[in-house]
Write a protein that binds this ligand. Structure first.
Ligand code: PMP
Length: 292
């Protein structure tokens, strides 16, 4: 467990950290969040995550709790106090504490919570051996492009996956297209060798890792296309994988009981993983805008 958490201006012992029962995050899931990977001391894609945080807040008319540079200082201080080099940093902002009433309160200060959980990127079994996914219907609201803390559909999806011994759930819309994973973007490498992921519409969360991988594909001139794909196309793909700040790139070696490609992590996912690690290590991730 981390030693310290940041809660509204204070660094406090993680075990004592709490927010008020009338916080609108608790009452209404009226808030947003971000997860940033800290890899060997580097904050991966910090610019992209902070771009997206500000955009999620703006979409919900929640005030920015701190200017970007101040927020970054708070994050770095929390990392220092927890003595972390490899971690997932969670930043959560809610509309704040107010008497329970659905409409926006007149005056509230947004609540800001930052936690930092140790995470081992090197030797991550899911990355090295690949993982199993199952499909579930995408039952989310119509704005999954906002990174809201209202995650109940994803909680149910992940639980359904866990009950089947799977690591991730791939969500499928009413037209039969895969939107994304419950906490990741979903990708395939087609039989023709093309890398495909769902277009960045309002039906998915535009992943910051997704943006970086697209940039890397362009730099390496790897064939890439943004478009929806079906489960049937995924079952027949050469490779499948998920991207997210938490686990970076996880090869999916089995989907709904179908072996994907050779049933082992494929060369494209492996290469993109190595390239993403270099991109972070070389500091190239720091300035890439979220919507690049
Ligand atoms: N889609 C969903 C639904 C997610 O929850 C996440 C991870 N938060 C992602 C995609 C991946 O986004 P990112 O690469 O920014 O972590």
């Amino acid at each position: 467990m981390p030693r310290y958490a940041y809660v509204n201006d204070s660094y406090i012992a993680h075990r004592n950290a709490s927010v008020h029962i009338e916080d609108r995050g608790y009452q209404f899931a009226d808030g947003v969040y971000e997860v940033i990977a800290l890899i060997n001391g580097d904050l991966a894609d910090e610019r992209g995550h902070l771009d997206r945080l500000e955009r999620s807040l703006a979409e919900l008319s929640i005030a920015v709790p701190l200017p970007r540079q101040t927020l970054l200082l708070k994050i770095k201080e929390l990392i220092r106090r927890n003595r972390l080099r490899n971690a997932n940093i969670y930043i959560q902002v809610t509309r704040g504490v107010a008497k329970r009433d659905f409409k926006f309160p007149d005056r509230t200060r947004p609540s800001l919570v930052i936690t930092a959980w140790p995470f081992r990127f090197d030797g991550n079994t899911a990355v090295e051996k690949g993982a199993i996914a199952v499909s579930v219907p995408d039952i989310r609201w119509k704005r999954p492009d906002i990174k809201s803390v209202a995650l109940l559909p994803q909680v149910l999806a992940k639980q359904a996956a866990a009950e089947k011994g799977a690591y991730e759930a791939w969500m499928v819309d009413s037209d039969g297209y895969v939107t994304e994973g419950s906490s990741s973007n979903a990708w395939i490498v087609t039989k023709q060798g093309k890398i495909v992921t769902h277009s960045a519409t309002q039906s998915i969360l535009r992943g910051v890792t997704r943006t970086a991988i697209i940039r890397i594909c362009q730099e390496l001139q790897m064939a890439f296309e943004e478009r929806p794909f079906t489960l049937q196309e995924a079952y027949a793909a050469n490779e499948a994988f998920n991207t997210s700040a938490v686990a970076l790139i996880v090869p999916i070696v089995e989907l709904d009981g179908y072996k994907i490609g050779s049933g082992q992590p494929g060369p494209v996912a492996r290469r993109l993983y190595e390239e993403y690690r270099s991109y972070v290590k070389e500091g190239r991730s720091q300035q890439l805008p979220w919507t690049a």
